[in-house]
Each structure stands twice: as structure tokens, then as C-alpha cells.
Design a protein around this ligand. Sequence first.
Ligand SMILES: *[C@@H]1O[C@H](CO)[C@@H](O)[C@H](O)[C@H]1NC(C)=O
Ligand SMILES: *[C@@H]1O[C@H](CO)[C@@H](O)[C@H](O)[C@H]1NC(C)=O
Ligand SMILES: *[C@@H]1O[C@H](CO)[C@@H](O)[C@H](O)[C@H]1NC(C)=O
Ligand SMILES: *[C@@H]1O[C@H](CO)[C@@H](O)[C@H](O)[C@H]1NC(C)=O
Ligand SMILES: *[C@@H]1O[C@H](CO)[C@@H](O)[C@H](O)[C@H]1NC(C)=O
Ligand SMILES: *[C@@H]1O[C@H](CO)[C@@H](O)[C@H](O)[C@H]1NC(C)=O
Ligand SMILES: *[C@@H]1O[C@H](CO)[C@@H](O)[C@H](O)[C@H]1NC(C)=O
Length: 551
Amino acid sequence: MVKNFLKFFTLLTLYNACLVSAHFSLFKIMNNGIELEYTKNGVLRKKDECNINFVNFGIDDDIDKISVNKEKPIFSISSSFNLKISNLKNGNEGLNSENYKFNNNEINNYVRVYQNDNEISNFSTSEEEAGYFSLTIKDLKSCDGITIKQTFKSELAIATYLLYSNVKPDDINKTFDVSHFGPSSNNTPYAIVHWDMNSGLDNLREKCGIYIDYTNIRDKTNGVYHWRWYLSTNNINGENCDNKEFYDIVKNSFNEDYDQMKELFGDFYEGYVLKREDAQYAHIDGILAEKQKYIIEIYQNQCNNQDQNQVICILSSNKKLNFEEFQKEFVENCESVIIDNKENAKWGIDANGVFAEFSQFKINIENKNYGKLPNSITEEITYKEFIEANSSGIARFNINMDCGEGSFVGDKCRCSACPLNCSKCNNGSSCEKCNEISTLVEGRCYCNSGYTENNDGICVVKPEPTVTITEVQPEPTVTVAGVDDNDDDDVDNENNNEVETPTPTQAIEEFNQTTISKTVNAIKQNDSNNKKPSSRKPKGKAIRKCRVKYH
Ligand SMILES: *[C@@H]1O[C@H](CO)[C@@H](O)[C@H](O)[C@H]1NC(C)=O
Ligand SMILES: *[C@@H]1O[C@H](CO)[C@@H](O)[C@H](O)[C@H]1NC(C)=O
Ligand SMILES: *[C@@H]1O[C@H](CO)[C@@H](O)[C@H](O)[C@H]1NC(C)=O
Ligand SMILES: *[C@@H]1O[C@H](CO)[C@@H](O)[C@H](O)[C@H]1NC(C)=O
Ligand SMILES: *[C@@H]1O[C@H](CO)[C@@H](O)[C@H](O)[C@H]1NC(C)=O
Ligand SMILES: *[C@@H]1O[C@H](CO)[C@@H](O)[C@H](O)[C@H]1NC(C)=O
Ligand SMILES: *[C@@H]1O[C@H](CO)[C@@H](O)[C@H](O)[C@H]1NC(C)=O
């Protein structure tokens, strides 16, 4: 035990050495004499012989008010004891507005207890009133080097907003009026992104000395309780990370859907506070980087799955753009609609506004509000300089997509490929009109007779049958119900099998819709028997071969 103690002591000394170089270590003596030490490993609560390190349980009062009690059975002769820790805030409560109730067992799953370097599992949790819980660690020989860490059940869904102001507020951990945020000051977030709260909090703590700061209000929204909390550059520490460092760390814990944020905000956005207030989601408030004089928001106009008020991309500049610069900015910043930004589009101006013609699709940009599009290619794109949200200095343009043959307006308003051999569709799973050598049957394109699907699900001209054809076993999967046969010989079988192996004399004109339908129906029956026809179904990988590329 002495050894352990020494080990812990050494570790502590090491912590401190690191802390000095990491420029954050803060001691706080609370009124009751409890000392809190903020380190990159958590908040160390020092009292009596049990100094316990708490991670993700808050700061200041949240830690101060935790109670720690040694419990020793009266008649026990053993030196071991149980440690009861109560008044712990359950940060999982109401996470993402999920209305799950944590019972004792479930809390257990999100608490980690360590003694020095070893994880210990002999503890139990118990729900307390009002979103708190308690924890009892059993059979301890000593309470040296105990760390209690709260982890989070799921990734945090965060609504993203942009603050239209070039003036950074002094305190960035305060609430702002919704009218200060874009787009449209209408409380419609640009996007919902997902943040890994577990790695995110670890990184913020280790690199910036920032701890989750519960603001001690337990709010009921949508019938779900949750704690309010803040994560910002100004947390407990005098020596905080600056905006950029903070944001870089936050960014690294975003999931891949952060890419969408990047598309929207690019380099001119500095996220500076993550918080959970009283809305359904947590949110991130962003502030524009300094010296952004002009902002052009491009809205979608026709993508069903997106809110009409959602911006699909933003152009930002310190000066008004001429037509050529506008094109360049658009291509650079509106990646979500441009399929191949290497492709040189034909840009122009017509009665509907600005257009860009790509080989596979056409974009039309029209004025939505607060701006003015040029009437000629020599005119500058016209918009106001903005000072703050309500100064309306933001140009808003609408975009319409005219997707070419074989594609449709898909996710993120981008033209996406229709199913194979389909020339017109509304989505990627169902065809409305097939190309000329395939036939539409219930949303799918089947090769006309004389054509066959290759391994990629593509209709190709059927090879001429060779002499070996009589030896080919007829595929049972294509024997169409209702065709009389049975006592027929090989030749008849061949005939019955004509959809699959037509005689060379069959031409496209002889295509017979009834036969196809019957075959498809038979296949569908087999589909429902879980026997998938191997050669008839377009394969997933073939879709990638479509002309229209995804980014
Ligand atoms: C956990 O604690 C209980 C109660 O003190 C004890 O009976 C049990 O043996 C302990 N289990 C382990 C694995 O240490
Ligand atoms: C915001 O942070 C500042 C600086 O750390 C602090 O003085 C202030 O009390 C905080 N405000 C809120 C609402 O938490
Ligand atoms: C914008 O609103 C703020 C208060 O939120 C006000 O002080 C300011 O004068 C307003 N600016 C304009 C241009 O209306
Ligand atoms: C079917 O679609 C693929 C992919 O677009 C194409 O390469 C092929 O030529 C099409 N087949 C026919 C018969 O049109
Ligand atoms: C795809 O579009 C068709 C109509 O073209 C529709 O019936 C079907 O429900 C759509 N599927 C999806 C997944 O949206
Ligand atoms: C369907 O499967 C059965 C056997 O499960 C087979 O006899 C029949 O020929 C198949 N039909 C088609 C059209 O694949
Ligand atoms: C299509 O083929 C089926 C059976 O193979 C036949 O009964 C039907 O008359 C044909 N229909 C046409 C329009 O040729």
C-alpha cells in the first residue's frame, strides 16, 4: 500500500509537472475547506484521506457538493471498506432529448471507476432524486488514486448556427437572442452534426483545460429533463484556449457529417461555444471570422428532404465580387451541388438569373432576397455590407437544379444517379422511365430481349448462341408459370426459356411485355422466398459506375 501511495504521489507530481507546461492547473479552495484542483486528468477533489478525481461531473459547486463517505461494516474485522459517493449529476439524462429513463443498471454502464491505473468493476449505482445518482465502490483497501469518470451513451446531436456579428462578445458563454443568428434569424439550424462527446470532452480537457460546465439548471423540454451546460473557451480556467484552438479541438471530434459544416462555413467560421440550453438539441454557435464584410447565402429551392430555409452553401468575401469571381467562389464553396469541380461549366445570365451549364446538369441561381444578381457579365454581384444580424447585409440567392437524363435532385440538392438503365426517376431506388433498350416493370429496368444483364447489372447485347447451347441446362428460375410443357424435350425447353436465352432470330421488336412481367413476377415470388435471382438484380457496386459521380 505504501508502494501504491508512493506511486500515486509520483503520478500526482508528474501531473503537476505536465500541468505547468500545459499552462493550466488551478487550485480552488471552497468555503467548506475542500480543495479542487483542475488538471488535465479531471477535477481532483481533496478532502481528508480520500482525494478523488472526477471526470465529466462538472466544475466548482458540482464537485464541491459531491459527498464522499467511507462505510465500514461495524463488526467487520477486515480493513476494507465501501466508499459511497453521492450527489453526482447524471449528464446522460435527456441527452439528445431521448426520453429514456436511467435506471440503476443503466447508469452503471456509463460510469468508469479506476484506482491508479486499474479499472475496477465492483461498484453499484443508485438513482437519486432530480437527475442525480450515487455510487458505491465495494471492498476498497484504500482510496488512493481513485478516478470516477462519466461517459456518454451516444454522440451528441448539435444544431449549428452562425452568429451574424463581427463583434465578438466579451463573454462567450452567454445565451444570445435567436434574432442574432442566421440563417434568416428563424431558428432553423444550418445543419445537425454529431459530436463524439466522450473523445470531445477528453480532448478539450487535456488540451485546453476545459471541463463540462453544468449551469445547475435542470430543464424540462419536450417532456425530457436534461442539465444545461456550456463548453466554451471561457470555462473555469484563466488560461483558456483561444477560439481557434478550441474550435480545432471541437472539430476533431465531429463525425464525418462535419464535412457538411465545412461546406457551409469553410474557413470563415469560428465555432466558439457548444452548449445545451432548453432546445431539443445541443447547439454550436458560430461566429464569423473577423473582417467578413459580405456574405452570400445560397438556399435550395426544391430538395424535398431539406428545409426550405436551409442554406446549402455560403460565399463570403471582403469585397464585392464580379461575375467571374462569383463563379469561382461558387464552385469552390458550393461543393454540395457541383458534382465535379474540375469541370468547366458554361456560365451565363438569362431571364431567370445566373446559370451554369455542366455536361450532366444545369444550375440556375435567382435572387431570393436582400441581394441583386447582375444583369450582365460585367456587372458586379450586388449586396450590402453587413454589420450585424438585423442589418440585413446578407445576400440570399436561390438555386434550382436541372438534373440531366438519368439523374435526379438527390441528397444535399446534388444531382444523383438514377437506377441502372433508367433515364428518368425521382429517387435512386425507383425508375419512372427506362432507356430504349430496357423496359420498366414496377420501378425497375429489365433488359429487352436480345439483351442480357452482365455482372454489373448492365444490359448488354446477348452473345450469339453457340453449338453448346443445347447442353445448357435451362435455368429453373426462368420457367414461367403458366407455360405448358412438362413432357417436352430439350428443344421445347429452350423455347420456354426464351427470355433468358433467346434464339438469334428474336429481335428487340419482338419483345413481349407479358413474358417479361411473368418472369418478373416469378422472380419476385422467389425473392419473397429469399431465393434471389443471381443475374437479374442490379448489384450495388454497379451503381457506382453510373455517369453521375458522387463526391
Ligand atoms: C464485490 O463486493 C461484494 C460486496 O462487498 C463482495 O461480496 C464481492 O465479493 C465483490 N466482488 C469482487 C469481484 O470483488
Ligand atoms: C462566463 O465566463 C466568464 C469568464 O470566465 C464568467 O465571469 C461568467 O460568470 C460566465 N458567465 C456565465 C453565464 O456562465
Ligand atoms: C440591431 O439590433 C440591436 C439590438 O439587438 C440594436 O441595438 C441595433 O440598433 C439594431 N441595428 C439595426 C441596424 O437595426
Ligand atoms: C445500362 O446502364 C449502364 C450504366 O449507365 C450503361 O453503361 C449501359 O450501356 C446501359 N445499358 C443499356 C442497354 O442501355
Ligand atoms: C421513389 O420514387 C417513387 C416514385 O417515383 C416512389 O413511389 C417511391 O416511394 C420513392 N422511394 C423512396 C425511397 O423515396
Ligand atoms: C423459383 O424457385 C423455385 C424453387 O424454389 C424454382 O423451381 C423456380 O423455377 C424459380 N422460378 C424463378 C422464376 O426463378
Ligand atoms: C407474349 O408471350 C406469351 C407467352 O409466351 C403469349 O401467350 C402472348 O400471346 C404473347 N403476347 C404478345 C403480345 O405477343
